[in-house]
Design a protein around this ligand. Structure first.
Ligand code: ASP
Length: 317
């Protein structure tokens, strides 16, 4: 049997057991499990890697707990601006969107860009217009509202307005307070094809049309059957500068690294040198999987056709 596997993440950061209630922990685990199972059952029934990552991401986007789709964080202006990307390792086809509003499932929009436009990357109003043209579901602002995220934003919004020159510090504060997160999925199907997808609301209180690594092909998302499919999460700016996802692929292609070795190199060395906190998930075309992070935790889960199944949040489980 050609091995098949799926790995998902729901964001990385300072995620500590001491900050978690048993109820919240259970809700996160259930959210990860339902996404994982959906993607896995598609693969099990001869579905493609691209369809598996789309389906897994859609479930996480619909879950208010995760910073993507419905649970997206607030920007400086108090709205949600979402980013998403998808890539097919068989064809190197890719689609991404940034700064989209009111689109229920930004990953579906990225998929439409990949499949039904002659482009790779659409932004803002143009991306929204394309969503309407493709008949994607739009939702009103209050669908994206959660008291939890609103309170997070209010805290940061106020402090930011008093410390214009402390952007860096503000980001560090966001990281400490776990006010970031993203969802991602990578899969290898029974046909030996791999795919990657990432979706995010970006960072709380982002402004000036800030774009993170998630929708940037090669930075937060990349897939190539020859090497690997990768989805990243963490502080986007260092991941962009490290061209993190593609760097894993390059180490495999040009230096013969295994998936695990290449991800370790990028997450524990290259990103550390750039003070890039976060992690990534990966698969290769023989179904190997890896989940690597340099932060205190990363919401993550994997399952493969050999019966391996894992869900974890913190460093040690
Ligand atoms: N990487 C995302 C960004 O910088 C955030 C995250 O992964 O939580 O927009």
């Amino acid at each position: 049997m050609q091995p098949f596997s799926i790995v998902i993440h729901g964001g990385a950061g300072t995620i500590l057991k001491t900050d978690m209630t048993p109820e919240l922990e259970k809700a996160y685990i259930n959210g990860l499990e339902s996404s994982l199972q959906k993607g896995f059952s598609l693969l099990e029934h001869d579905g493609t890697a691209i369809d598996a990552v789309r389906a897994a991401i859609t479930i996480l986007e619909d879950n208010i707990l995760f910073n993507a789709g419905r649970g997206s964080v607030f920007t400086k202006k108090g709205v949600q601006e979402m980013d998403a990307a998808i890539m097919n390792g068989q064809t190197l086809g890719a689609g991404s969107v940034t700064g989209v509003r009111n689109v229920m499932n930004p990953i579906e929009l990225a998929y439409e860009v990949m499949s039904n436009s002659n482009h790779v990357f659409l932004s803002g109003k143009g991306a929204n217009d394309f969503a309407i043209k493709q008949g994607l579901k739009l939702m009103p602002d209050d669908y994206f509202f959660s008291k939890f995220r609103y309170d997070q934003w209010k805290e940061i919004r106020d402090s930011d307005s008093y410390s214009l020159d402390h952007t860096h510090q503000d980001i560090a504060e966001l990281m400490k307070d776990k006010k970031f997160g993203t969802v991602g999925a990578v899969a290898c199907d029974k046909f030996g094809n791999i795919a990657a997808a990432t979706s995010t609301g970006g960072m709380t209180n982002k402004k000036y049309g800030r774009i993170g690594d998630s929708p940037i092909i090669g930075a937060g998302t990349y897939a190539n059957n020859k090497t690997c499919a990768i989805s990243c999460t963490g502080h986007g700016e260092p991941f962009i500068r490290a061209v993190a996802a593609h760097d894993v692929s390059a180490l495999m292609e040009y230096k013969g690294f295994t998936l695990q070795e290449a991800m370790n190199q990028v997450v524990h060395h290259k990103l550390i040198e750039l003070e890039g906190e976060g992690g990534m998930i990966g698969v290769d075309a023989t179904g190997n999987t890896a989940m690597v992070f340099n932060s205190a935790g990363m919401y993550r889960a994997m399952k493969n056709g050999f019966g391996d199944h894992y869900v974890g949040i913190y460093k040690d489980n």
